[in-house]
Design a protein around this ligand. Structure first.
Ligand SMILES: Cc1cc2nc3c(=O)[nH]c(=O)nc-3n(C[C@H](O)[C@H](O)[C@H](O)COP(=O)(O)O)c2cc1C
Length: 155
């Protein structure tokens, strides 16, 4: 299975560490968003898209990148993120903006992963930030399990 992972991780490299964990498990090519080419995606069977959460969504440059992609015919994708606050189902849908764009382009979204990541945005910066030491070993284990689940579903 040819897998490509595209991520942007600018705050504390929290998402980068998750991208690499998932990437190693899937034996994927794992690249930074700025090195990604919208036309190079077609040769992969599965593409992962990830970033930190900024103002309730994935990073806007990742959203814009997906907007620029050509239409895909039922290509498989997965989404991942790290966020300062815990994602509460039905209350926060951090994935909504990215997932909507991927579906619009014809992707089949086969999995979503999120965990917390150290956040020193204002006002949290004043007291050292929230979600300190995240992602942690438990998060990496969950990310690995998530990737193994994807592997099983793709075979
Ligand atoms: C400007 C800014 C806005 C943020 N907005 C949110 C948010 O809306 N919800 C949230 O849970 N975390 C928010 N965060 C925290 C980041 O999502 C979190 O630290 C994430 O792990 C950063 O990932 P990165 O290090 O890969 O960039 C924000 C952080 C910054 C700096």
């Amino acid at each position: 299975m040819r897998t490509l992972i595209i991520y942007i991780s600018i705050h504390h490299k929290n998402t980068e560490r998750i991208a690499k964990t998932i990437g190693d498990t899937l034996e994927a090519k794992t690249i930074k968003l700025y090195d990604a080419d919208v036309n190079a995606i077609s040769k992969y069977d599965l593409i992962g898209f990830g970033s930190g959460i900024y103002f309730g969504k994935h990073h806007r440059s990742l959203l814009k990148f997906v907007d620029r992609l050509p239409r895909m015919e039922r290509k498989k994708a997965f989404i991942f993120s790290t966020s300062g606050i815990m994602k509460i189902p039905y209350l926060h849908d951090f994935d909504k903006a990215l997932e909507k764009r991927l579906l619009k382009k014809g992707f089949d979204v086969v999995g979503k992963f999120s965990c917390r990541g150290w956040d020193t945005a204002i006002p949290f910066k004043l007291f050292g930030g929230i979600s300190k030491n995240r992602p942690n070993e438990k998060d990496f284990k969950k990310a690995k399990d998530f990737a193994n689940g994807l592997k099983m579903n793709m075979n």
